[in-house]
Design a binder for this molecule. Structure first.
Ligand code: ADP
Ligand code: MG
Length: 256
């Protein structure tokens, strides 16, 4: 595989839940080192699209490629599934997801949360993982919280712990699903700061967000999803500065 392959590429993806067609032929490319922001109204299919990227959802039609390699599927229609569990594991461990609700394990300390997957899923030695975990906790500014329990942290600190946990997998790309939506505005900014730092480092990321300022500031490319289709996309300055579609104009006027 050449280095020029996008980390994630989705072509003509169609996804239905029963009779409800949620994605109606969507193409998304996340080139290595680029940040793609995805915006759109609630229910437009943003979370579903992210979940399709790391194969948490199956799909009815279209292609998902990881580093240029197509995901192999078997079956048709509702029975269509990825064919190779090893490929699924490899892709999932390389696309780390950060959720709106942090999803930290309440019965584990922050350090244990960050160490868990590299030790149990990747089988890495504990000492090596602990050193990395502490490094990433420092990086997101909560190195002093390693031995705390999730419930002892603010929402912004919990989300930064979740980001450290994602980084500790040393993934090829990070997928964020509304990472700041559950936070009070003052806590939101500490998470935005971390995401900006990651963008400046050249991390490959797809970020679903309601925060138009963050979408504008961190993205190389912005995608506006409307009812399961890409209505408009482009560089942030163009998309926010000179929106062409009426729907995007309306959406932006409501989210200002
Ligand atoms: P967004 O993240 O943009 O708000 P979602 O991808 O969560 O949108 O949802 C898109 C549509 O799919 C919505 O109408 C939602 O109700 C529906 N949907 C999402 N997940 C499921 C599911 N597991 N089963 C049935 N319908 C779902
Ligand atoms: Mg969503």
């Amino acid at each position: 595989m050449s280095d020029t392959n996008p980390v994630i590429e989705i072509r003509d993806l169609h996804k239905s839940y029963g009779a409800l067609e949620v994605l109606k032929g969507v193409d998304i490319t996340a080139p290595a080192g680029h940040v793609v922001s995805m915006i759109g109204s609630s229910g437009s299919g943003k979370s579903t699209l992210l979940r399709c990227c790391n194969l948490l959802e199956d799909s009815q039609q279209g292609e998902v490629l990881f580093e240029g390699e197509p995901v192999a599927w078997k079956g048709t229609g509702l029975n269509r599934r990825p064919a190779d569990p090893k490929q699924v594991t490899r892709i999932r461990t390389n696309l780390a997801m950060v959720f709106q609700q942090f999803n930290l394990w309440a019965h584990m300390t922050i350090l244990q949360n960050v160490m868990e997957a590299p030790v149990t899923v990747l089988g890495r030695p504990r000492a090596e993982v602990e050193a990395k975990a502490r490094k990433y906790l420092d990086k997101v500014g909560i190195g002093d919280k390693a031995d705390a329990w999730p419930a002892q942290l603010s929402g912004g600190q919990q989300q930064r712990a979740a980001i450290a946990r994602a980084l500790c997998m040393e993934p090829r790309a990070l997928l964020f699903d509304e990472p700041t939506s559950a936070l009070d505005p003052e806590l939101e900014q500490e998470v935005v700061r971390v995401i900006k730092d990651l963008a400046e480092e050249g991390r490959t990321m797809i970020i679903v967000t309601h925060d138009m300022r963050m979408a504008h500031d961190v993205a190389d490319h912005v995608v506006f999803l409307h009812k399961g289709l890409i209505e408009e996309q482009g560089p942030p300055a163009e998309l926010f500065g000179n929106p062409k579609s009426e729907r995007l104009r309306q959406f932006l006027s409501h989210s200002a």
